[in-house]
Design a protein around this ligand. Structure first.
Ligand code: FMN
Length: 193
């Protein structure tokens, strides 16, 4: 692996809802990225069927293959997701399950950062810790701190869908800068092996 400049990150969004708070956070990311980092959305997880081994036996669906290829080429993935019932939303878990069936497995050794937003106080923290568990299985390189939990998100996003809360924007910018340094370190280490 070589060291890339600029870095190219892709965003995996865990909500399909029009007016999603998490989509608002995801839209804010390019404007909060440090110099030398480009951030682009992945396709919709809503294009994936529910995982079924019989469907897989007929061939992995084209949207899964396309997303896997895009993740494979990216320097890092930023997952932005709600929490459902203290865990990972089913649609996002389904997407990760499909992607995990690809060869090469796109999350293998892939730097991943996680953000979550919720109207609740904890901002989706429990979903993040379940996601980390899944990414252990997939051997992703999950970034640790600073963590981004956007609690009371309904008060931090305006009527136009813009993330306006200054402390939230600040912690996201800090996370993106630290994640970029983490990815560069990972690429340098890989280049030496
Ligand atoms: C099925 C379901 C379960 C939910 N469970 C949680 C939960 O465990 N924790 C939480 O903070 N919010 C929970 N919520 C509320 C979501 O945080 C809220 O709907 C949020 O707006 C979803 O994110 P989005 O705006 O990006 O779609 C749940 C919502 C749904 C629909």
């Amino acid at each position: 692996m070589s060291v890339h400049e600029p870095l190219h990150f892709v965003v995996l969004l865990g909500s399909l809802r029009r007016g999603s708070f998490n989509a608002a956070v995801a839209r804010a990311l390019p404007g909060l990225a440090p110099p030398g980092v480009a951030i682009a959305p992945l396709g919709s997880i809503g294009d994936f069927p529910i995982y079924n081994g019989d469907v897989e036996a007929q061939g992995i669906p084209a949207p899964v293959v396309a997303m896997g290829e895009t993740i494979g080429k990216a320097d890092g993935v930023i997952v932005v997701t709600p929490e459902y019932n203290y865990s990972i939303p089913g649609g996002l878990k389904n997407a990760i399950d499909w992607l995990s069936r690809l060869k090469p497995q796109p999350f293998l050794d892939k730097p991943v950062a996680i953000e979550s937003a919720s109207p609740g106080m904890l901002g989706g923290a429990r979903a993040q810790y379940h996601l980390r568990q899944t990414f252990v299985m997939l051997e992703a390189r999950v970034f640790n701190k600073p963590e981004v939990f956007v609690g009371q998100a309904n008060h931090k996003i305006d009527a136009s869908g813009a993330l306006t809360d200054p402390p939230t924007r600040d912690i996201i910018a800090k996370q993106l800068a630290a994640f970029a340094a983490f990815v560069h370190g990972h690429q340098r280490a890989a280049a030496m092996t």
